[in-house]
Ligand binder design. Structure first.
Ligand SMILES: NC(=O)c1ccc[n+]([C@@H]2O[C@H](COP(=O)([O-])OP(=O)(O)OC[C@H]3O[C@@H](n4cnc5c(N)ncnc54)[C@H](O)[C@@H]3O)[C@@H](O)[C@H]2O)c1
Length: 245
């Protein structure tokens, strides 16, 4: 019996990186997985790959900044699998640019995906979970929700927002048995980090390497499953020691 046996799990940003590794682990632990991503080509290819392990996988193309498309994710999930138990609210974007030169439209774009989109997915998750006996939500923040860094003001502000959004929603829905926690990754080896930056980022990390997506997936499984049954409103940092400095 897997740790997410027969659970229905929605994973945003499921076509790549941390989301894809988590989807793979959840499928191996018995979950029915809904992959959500803006990138249809990657999403469909990954759906095909996962279907070799389990037929109970569905890809939905959606932009998490669209209220209608987010509503449709949950409509289609319930139509296909009957309910929603787990949501890994993980899709996000990052861009480094000097703040004095940042166009307002660029600021809005980042905050729109990394904070507004996370809220929209959380809201629809909660609406669905209120119809059943609860569920678990894991929001992806970042170690840069805790500490600052030059050139990433919009991203860092949005990720700090995700940490306090997580606390606030966790308190609001604790009595309805909806546990809500956040994952705060450090530098993880995914396409979001430019290839040419990887060595330097590993060098400034106390463990002297980038994190692996599989290491994030295990933490998400912990937060999404009964193994963390007394944990809510928390943000778990997996950063190779970076924020301990
Ligand atoms: N990799 C890191 O070092 C790192 C560190 C801290 C936090 N994070 C966070 O982890 C999460 C996953 O990132 P990753 O590293 O796996 O990157 P990734 O680029 O490999 O995956 C992100 C996925 O999200 C999708 N996406 C982007 N915008 C979307 C939107 N509006 N609607 C739907 N899907 C959208 C992309 O198409 C992509 O498939 C992000 O929230 C990111 O900010 C990553």
């Amino acid at each position: 019996m897997g740790k997410s046996q027969d659970k229905v799990a929605v994973i945003t940003g499921g076509a790549s990186g941390i989301g894809a590794a988590t989807a793979r682990l959840f499928v191996s632990e018995g979950a029915k997985v809904v992959l959500v991503d803006l990138n249809e080509e990657k999403g469909k290819a990954f759906e095909k790959e996962l279907k070799e392990l389990s037929q109970e996988v569905l890809f939905i193309k959606a932009n998490i900044t669209s209220e209608e498309e987010v509503k449709n994710i949950f409509k289609q999930t319930v139509e296909t699998f009957g309910k929603v138990d787990v949501v890994f609210n993980n899709a996000g974007i990052g861009r480094v640019h000097p703040s004095h030169d940042l166009e307002y439209s660029e600021w809005r774009k980042t905050v729109n995906v990394d904070l507004d989109g996370v809220f929209l997915v959380a809201r629809e998750s909660i609406r669905e979970m209120l119809k059943t006996d609860g569920g678990t939500i894991v929001n992806t923040a970042s170690m840069y929700g805790w500490v600052g860094s030059p050139g990433s003001a919009a991203y860092n502000a949005a990720k700090g927002g995700v940490i306090n959004l997580t606390r606030s929603l966790a308190l609001e829905y604790a009595e309805q048995n909806i546990r809500i926690n956040a994952l705060c990754p450090g530098f993880i080896d995914t396409p979001i980090i430019p290839e040419e930056d990887k060595q330097a980022l590993a060098a400034i990390t106390p463990l002297k390497r980038l994190g692996k997506t599989e290491e994030m997936a295990k933490a998400v499984l912990f937060m999404a499953s009964d193994d963390s049954s007394y944990m809510t409103g928390n943000s778990l940092t997996l950063d190779g020691g970076y924020t301990a400095q």
